[in-house]
Design a protein around this ligand. Sequence first.
Ligand code: 4AD
Ligand code: MG
Length: 466
Amino acid sequence: METVKRTKIIDLLNKTIGFNKKVCVKGWVRTRRGNKHVAFIALNDGSTIHSIQIVVDITHFGEDFLKPITTGACICVNGLLVESQGKGQTAEIQAEEIEIYGTADPAVYPLQKKGHSLEFLREIAYLRPRTNTFGAIFRIRHHLAYAIHEYFNKQGFFYFHTPVITASDAEGAGSMFQVTTLDMINSPKTEEGKIDYSQDFFGSSTNLTVSGQLEGELGAMALGGIYTFGPTFRAENSNTPRHLAEFWMIEPEIAFFDINDNMDLAEDFLKYIISYAMNHCKDDIDFLNKMYDNELIDRLNFVINNKFVRLTYTEGVEILEKSGKKFEYPVYWGADLQSEHERYLVEDHFKCPVILTDYPKEIKSFYMKQNEDGKTVRGMDVLFPRIGEIIGGSEREADYQKLLNRVKELHMSLDSLWWYLDTRKFGTAPHAGFGLGFERLVLFITGMTNIRDVIPFPRTPKNALF
Ligand code: 4AD
Ligand code: MG
């Protein structure tokens, strides 16, 4: 039925096509209302948060024809693009021909026009991209991913693809998903009665990666500056609004950077991405600001316009101890900071994003550069309002002997880390990097409160639906 080429609704509303021209639109019905003579269909095709109004003359089409055009149905419309009479919209279409691609029986289609709770929408995650809210979130998510590549490309960093399946535990935390093709019931055994991974697909025990950093460091030791951007997996049983079992991480790694260069990069990078979103996702951010969080835009502007506060972990703990506030988890030097502590520093004390550095070595990963004091390492966490930790990073231990000692102290497997240690033997160099949790960034920029709502198909403990 398409008599002229289909135009996206965003282009129709942006007036790239003059009025009184014949156009073709295709999309999903958001609502249909009207009276005996005329029907108004709000049609959305996902290209923008805005729907276009289709004006349908019922005497021309007949009531029976219109009946199946209900919320969720997909239609193709040919008609005349005219200036809209109604307020709040620029253009509408006077329908001349309509083809129904697919109906959505109102008796069973779960997305009716009334506002659904985010919890309910999570249960129907296969349909929720069709709502205004999730359309906005996933468009913003796309633009952020694009901006991240743009930023690093402009800085001369190379996109370096690190493996998803690995034989090493990058964070040394042990919360990994195993990858195996062995028969779980009749697995081959070694003489000591353990599972014989030499007979497994890769000839060794393997896992889904928890971080691309270790391989990223190999890239930085050759290309100078690289970044990774890929899926990451953690089998930690953290059922919180900020943890996913499968999330996307961006990890730049840069030769000849120290921790101060690293902090400068992290701050500049975050500000660039947030500004990009403000400039390229205005309609969607306005919508979320209006519907969910009326301080969202102020908060984004605040982060762009203010210098992040930088202090050491030790100074941070002193502030927390002196605060007189009762925390759920006690705070003392050596304690791993919880989200409530991080948010106190950011939201109550400094009222500004914070970068904490020089953490006790016991609570950080083996690869961080060891300070002279023998107690702390050159780690850095960037803490954001409402989120807590958004970035974790460090200057890396570049000295072979110091790194080897730490690996041994922690009883880590040299069999799976020898190649990493070799970088410190062959042309070692000072270097640093960090990891940004992509969904935490999307969470911050959309003003949503649960990380399950900023990734299309969340994976969390006991849930891998769709
Ligand atoms: O602090 P993390 O564990 O650091 C690393 O993985 C380092 N290898 C990064 C590096 O230096 N290259 O994780 C980095 C970030 C966190 O700050 C957080 O934003 C995010 O990844 N993150 C998670 N996001 C969602 N769900 C989870 N379970 C996450 N775990 C970490
Ligand atoms: Mg961390």
